[in-house]
Every structure is written in C-alpha cells, then in structure tokens.
Design a protein around this ligand. Structure first.
Ligand code: A3P
Length: 312
C-alpha cells in the first residue's frame, strides 16, 4: 500500500478510500485501519509522511497510546534534558507552555524539533524504519486499559465539545474491545513495544503509569539514566529529582493557567488544554465501569498478555 502510494502518486483520499473504515467515538472522524492500527484519517497522513523521517541514533522517542501518560512523560523528559538551561524553576518554560508544545509529535510532520526528543503514538511495527535501524532509544509509557478507556471517553467529549457525541460508555467500550480506538487495538500497541523491549532491552524502556503515580522517584531516575542525563550525586543530594517530579506533577501542571484556561488549534480541531488534565488517578475506572464492563476488559487483557510479564 505504502509503495503504491508513492509510485503512482495517487491522492491520499484515494488511498484512504481503499482502507477499511469504521465509525469511532467521534462522528466527525471515522477511523481507518492501516497495518493493523486504527487511525483518524488526518493523523494517518502524518504517520505516512513520518515514514521518511531520518532519525539519528541520539534521538529519543517517547511512545505511548493516547491517555496513557504522554503529557506527563513529555513534561518529565523535557525537564530532565533541559535542567541545566532552565535551572531557575520559578521561570521554567513548563509554567507557561503546554508539555505538548515542549516536545512535538513525530506525526506532525510540519513541525521541527529543537531537542533530540520526539513523541509519537505510532505502534512499534509502524515506526519509521530509521528509528529501528538507527538504534534510537525508545521510552514507552503504558497504563491499565480500564483507565485508558475511561480517560479516552472523557477526553473525546471534553477536548472538542463541538464534535462530542452521545455515544454511550457501553457503545464506546464495545468499540474499544474490538480494537477500534485511536491507535488501537490497545493490547497490540502495548505488545508491540513489549516485544521490542524483549529483543533490545538496551534500546527500549517501559514505564508503567501506575508505578510512577505511586512512587515517581525511581521511575524518573530510571528515565534520566536511560535517556543519558543521569542525576549526579550532588544533584540528588540537592533534591533535584524531587523538584522535577514536583514541577511535572499532575497537581502542579493542571493548576497552571496555560493548562487550564487556554485552547489550542491543532491540525483539525480547536482543543481545550484542560482536557489533557482530568483526574490523574489510578483506578478512576471504578467510578464509571460496572463490574461486568471491567471484567470484559480484564478478560481480554488476560488473554492477550498471557505469557508476558505485563500486568494483567
Ligand atoms: P485521566 O483522564 O485519567 O485523568 P495523555 O497525556 O496520554 O493524553 O494521558 C492523559 C491522562 O494522563 C489523563 O488521565 C490525565 O489526567 C493524566 N495526566 C496528565 N498529566 C499528568 C501528570 N502530570 N501526572 C499524572 N497524570 C497526568
């Protein structure tokens, strides 16, 4: 498909029209299936354009499914890497800039990155070849699918209220379980990075949202080591790690004007920044899912993650 797209220079629309399509949670955007992953059409265009991205071995990719902690990981990685430049935390860029504007998405092909840090929601098997062959490092954050599902359902209603639909939580769950969610199926996405980690542990770091939420320091220290910006003993003694954790905490970021009051024009829609900061809780699914709904997700997780050391 990709080759023929380049060879015949057919329009993207024609290319899209040949992909399986399904209605997702947001009526304005169907999802289309490309190489086993469901994308919004305008995002797929970026994914395909990104295939030509020339990654350097020194580049670091922050990978995740939407609603798994992407914003948090961007804030942490940015702060770790730039901590010498922005040592005065009282005027730190994160106090006035969205984490999403500190580190750009690979899929947004029209943006250029200043730091050797990029984020992406693309599953491992569809990442640009240069990332895999060039030996770039990958950090993957993932989260309990029940919380990802609930977070996504809220996000799609809050981020772009104009596009919001009355689709019930039950209907949305049906789609999510079938894998029909942006960048889904959830399970295949997580497994793609889990397998990559198994094959090259030196190149892939897995971070678990729940572990980080309960006790951020060890994961953040690990992250800094892995991306080549370890904390010195002196820094540790000065509490530098804790300061970064505090700056990037849900409580701090969600209370900043930039993240709670402003809006953002993205490629296709205007989004409320506050939609990226809802509750930041472990197990908020308990307030939304019936035991049967939760069990349905758990059962798929047990089936798909059986034989791995992933939480199931
Ligand atoms: P909830 O909807 O459960 O609150 P993503 O950044 O991948 O889009 O994920 C968004 C989820 O991460 C939301 O979850 C959001 O509240 C939570 N989140 C955002 N910033 C966070 C932070 N600094 N620490 C912990 N969780 C955060």
């Amino acid at each position: 498909e990709e080759l023929s797209l380049q060879k015949t220079n057919q329009s993207f629309e024609e290319f899209l029209s040949r992909l399986p399509r399904q209605r997702g949670q947001t009526p304005r955007f169907d999802l289309c299936l490309y190489k086993g992953c469901w994308y919004r059409p305008f995002l797929l265009q970026g994914v395909i354009a990104a295939q030509h991205f020339e990654a350097q071995p020194t580049d670091i990719f922050l990978c995740s499914l939407p609603k798994s902690g992407t914003t948090w990981l961007k804030a942490l990685a940015f702060t770790i890497v730039t901590r010498k430049k922005y040592s005065d935390l009282s005027s730190h860029p994160l106090l006035s800039t969205r984490p999403h504007d500190c580190i750009t998405f690979l899929e947004n092909a029209n943006q250029t990155a200043e730091l050797p840090l990029l984020a992406t929601h693309i599953p491992y098997h569809s990442l640009p070849k240069s990332i895999i062959s060039g030996g770039s490092k990958i950090v993957y954050i993932f989260r309990d699918p029940k919380d990802v599902f609930v977070s996504l359902w809220h996000f799609l209603r809050r981020a772009t209220p104009k596009d919001a639909t009355n689709i019930s939580l039950e209907e949305a769950l049906e789609l999510f379980c079938k894998g029909v969610s942006t960048y889904g199926p959830y399970w295949d996405h997580v497994l793609s990075f889990w397998k990559a980690r198994k094959e090259a542990p030196q190149l892939v770091l897995l971070l678990v949202y729940e572990e980080m939420r309960k006790d951020p320091l060890p994961s953040v220290k690990n992250l800094a080591d892995f991306i080549g910006h370890p904390f010195s003993v002196e820094e540790e003694n000065e509490g530098a790690l804790q300061k970064i954790v505090d700056l990037c905490s849900f409580e701090n970021l969600s209370d900043l004007d930039v993240n709670k009051k402003e809006k953002q024009q993205t490629l296709s829609v205007v989004m409320n920044n506050k939609a990226f900061f809802r509750k930041g809780k472990i197990g908020d699914w308990r307030s939304h899912l019936t035991p049967d709904m939760a069990e349905r997700l758990d059962q798929i997780t047990r089936e798909k993650f059986g034989g791995t050391d992933l939480p199931s």
